[in-house]
Each structure stands twice: as structure tokens, then as C-alpha cells.
Write a protein that binds this ligand. Structure first.
Ligand code: TYM
Length: 342
């Protein structure tokens, strides 16, 4: 590693954020999260995690999880997270996340976890079958992911806001209980793309777990699949291309077009006034296909290169582990644990 990564005397602020390696990343993950992460590369110390320990809180297949980790890593890089300018790490390879989660969990009111929207949604889904305690504890592990690196800023999509509030509460509570230790991180939610909705049920967010997969555009979907999904997006019975609460389908398409082209929703409304919905959908499909083309091209180059990807993880995890140990030792001391010899 170059001295650039020497954390101890880095004056730069720390950014940390993560995504779950469940299946493929989709348009919501890209516009709401990963694309915005690249804006921190120049002037922040950046840690971007792949949180495989979170991914086992709902039923999963181990061999698929491993594949998904590599795919997510290759997608991170293909989306512009240049490993020479940030630390890409795998949660399960770092000692500290689950250890800190335990300590934070002992400070966390049970009722606050039970009130989490995502817990309620996921635990009540009919296809879930069994609700493990890990699903309830999930936001505490997420708080540990962030606090372990003493992050200043956590860029996420809107759906993670409540989890971030819990993280901030836990940082404040730990500091009040054991003395000042953690920074209370700021949350950064993008202006455009913070909540991309399902193309089939625009009242819900676009999600990997959507039972209707045609509502979700994946970053690696071939152009013809992207076009088909967008052309069959649910809209409404009027003809107006305008963003409003009564028109969630068209609003979502306008948001997707805005995120794909960088133009404002207002400018797009004016530019497409009078177009039939079918014609407008074709414009959105073209824009999304063009926006994803460079990502898909880069993925084709590196997606199967296991030795390159392993090396990226090795380098990222080394730096992450150093930083994590430092904070965990401090926390253990404050919690009254006797330090172990490594
Ligand atoms: P995950 O894996 O569901 O999503 C990764 C990122 O994508 C954003 N996102 C969206 N943004 C806009 N529209 C959507 N439809 C959409 N769907 C997802 C999410 O807000 C997120 O930023 N709990 C987290 C992972 C996590 C984490 C962390 C994040 C674990 N530890 C520490 C930040 C810091 C999650 O499940 O994200």
C-alpha cells in the first residue's frame, strides 16, 4: 500500500458505506448509492464494504453467496470504485464487526429494533418462512460496520435512513456510557435517485427481493431485457408526462431518466410534453441502456478474473482490519475487557 493510505495521519474525512451481496446490484443500488460513492474518492478516505454477514439474515445458498460477493466486487469496480483510491473489503474477513455489534447490542433497546420498518416488512413477508434473531439484530451489525471505522459520512439511499438514525443513537449512547469514543456519523442521501421504485409496483422501492422480477432492472441485464422491462412498466390511464404523487409510475420513470441523463425532472417534463407513454418509455430505455453500457463493458473485462478480485479484497481488507483493530481495542478497554494478545 502507498503512504496515501496511511490512516493515522490522514487529514481526510472518512466515508464508509456497504451493500449486501445478494444476487445482482440493480438500478436503485446504482443511482441511490454506488454511483454517488465515487464522488468521495478524491478527497475522502473511503471504505466500501460488501456485507456478506448481513446477507445470511434471510435464507440463502452458500455457493451462491460466494459468487455474489465476487460479482458485487466486480460491479463496484465497474461502477467506478477504483481500488487504488479506496478500500474495498469483505465484512466476514474483518475481525471486529460482529464483536462490536455485540457490545452495541447490549446498549440497544429491544423495542427500537422491533419498530424498524425493514424488520417489520421482511419478517412479515409470506415467503420468509422463518424469522431468525439475526434479522432483528441486523441494524445493530450495520451500526457496528459504520462505527468500527469511525466514519464521518455514510452515503446511502433513502431506505437506510432509519438504520442510520439507530446508528447515531448507539454512538451517542456508547459515548455517554463509556466516554467519548465514536464520531456520530452524518448521513448523505442523494438528491436524485434516492428512491428508485419497482417498475411493476411503483408504490414499492426497486428491490432484489421483489417477487415480480420484471420490476427490477439489474446492472448486468442485457439491453433487450432492460428495454422489455421498461416498456412494460406500470403507468396510469392519463397521457401526461408529469411527476406527481398520483402518478407514481411516470414519476419513477422521470426519476430514472433524470438519474441516467443528469437533467432535472422539470426539464425532462418540458422536453417530453405531449409524447405518448410508449414513446416516453422508449426514451427512458435508451437512456438506461446507454448509462449502463460502460459498466457492462468493464464488467466483461474483470468479472471472471478471480485472482485480480482476490487481490483487491486482500489489499482492501488489510487496511480495513488495521483500522478496525485500533477501534475495537479502544472499545474493549472502555468496556472493561482485558486486552487479548494477538
Ligand atoms: P442494500 O444492499 O439493500 O443496498 C445498498 C445501497 O443501495 C441503496 N438502495 C437504493 N437506493 C435507491 N433506490 C432503491 N430502490 C434502492 N435500493 C437500495 C441502499 O439505500 C444502500 O445505500 N443495510 C444495507 C447495507 C449495509 C450498510 C452498512 C450500508 C450494511 N452495513 C453500513 C451503509 C453502512 C443494505 O441492505 O443495503
Amino acid at each position: 500500500m502507498t503512504p496515501f493510505f496511511n490512516m493515522s495521519d490522514s487529514p481526510r474525512k472518512t466515508v464508509l458505506t456497504c451493500a449486501q451481496p445478494t444476487g445482482n446490484l440493480h438500478l436503485g443500488n446504482y443511482f441511490g448509492a454506488v454511483r454517488n460513492w465515487t464522488s468521495y474518492l478524491d478527497d475522502h478516505e473511503c471504505f466500501f464494504g460488501i456485507v456478506d454477514q448481513h446477507a445470511i439474515t434471510t435464507p440463502y445458498v452458500p455457493a451462491e453467496l460466494r459468487q455474489s460477493v465476487y460479482r458485487t466486487l466486480a460491479l463496484y469496480i465497474s461502477c467506478g470504485l477504483d481500488p487504488s483510491r479506496c478500500h474495498l473489503f469483505l465484512q466476514s474477513q474483518i475481525t471486529g464487526h460482529t464483536e462490536l455489534a455485540w457490545i452495541l447490542g447490549c446498549l440497544c433497546p429491544l423495542g427500537q429494533l422491533e419498530r424498524m420498518t425493514q424488520f417489520k416488512e421482511k419478517s412479515q413477508r409470506e415467503d420468509v418462512g422463518f424469522v431468525g434473531a439475526g434479522l432483528l439484530f441486523y441494524p445493530v451489525l450495520m451500526a457496528a460496520d459504520i462505527l468500527l471505522y469511525n466514519a464521518d459520512v455514510v452515503p446511502v439511499g433513502e431506505d437506510q435512513k432509519q438504520h442510520l438514525e439507530l446508528c447515531r443513537d448507539l454512538a451517542i449512547k456508547f459515548n455517554a456510557t463509556y466516554s467519548n469514543t465514536f464520531r456520530v456519523p452524518d448521513v448523505a442521501i442523494p438528491k436524485a435517485g434516492a428512491r428508485i421504485r419497482s417498475l411493476q409496483s411503483p408504490d414499492k422501492k426497486m428491490s432484489k427481493s421483489d417477487p415480480n422480477q420484471s420490476g427490477c432492472v439489474y446492472l448486468l441485464d442485457p439491453p433487450e431485457v432492460i428495454r422489455k422491462k421498461i416498456m412494460s412498466a406500470v403507468t396510469d390511464s392519463s397521457r401526461e408526462i408529469r411527476a406527481s404523487a398520483e402518478k407514481p409510475g411516470i414519476t419513477n420513470l422521470l426519476n430514472i431518466l433524470s438519474a441516467s441523463t443528469g437533467q432535472t425532472v422539470e426539464a425532462l417534463e418540458a422536453a417530453h410534453d405531449g409524447l405518448a407513454y410508449g414513446e416516453f418509455k422508449a426514451v427512458v430505455a435508451d437512456a438506461v441502456i446507454a448509462c449502463l453500457a460502460p459498466i457492462q463493458a468493464r464488467f466483461a473485462e474483470i468479472g471472471e478474473d478471480r485472482s485480480y478480485l482476490d487481490n483487491v479484497l486482500k489489499e482492501g481488507s488489510e487496511v480495513a482490519q488495521k483500522r478496525a483493530y485500533r477501534l475495537l481495542s479502544k472499545v474493549y478497554r472502555k468496556a472493561g475487557f482485558i486486552e487479548r494478545s494477538r
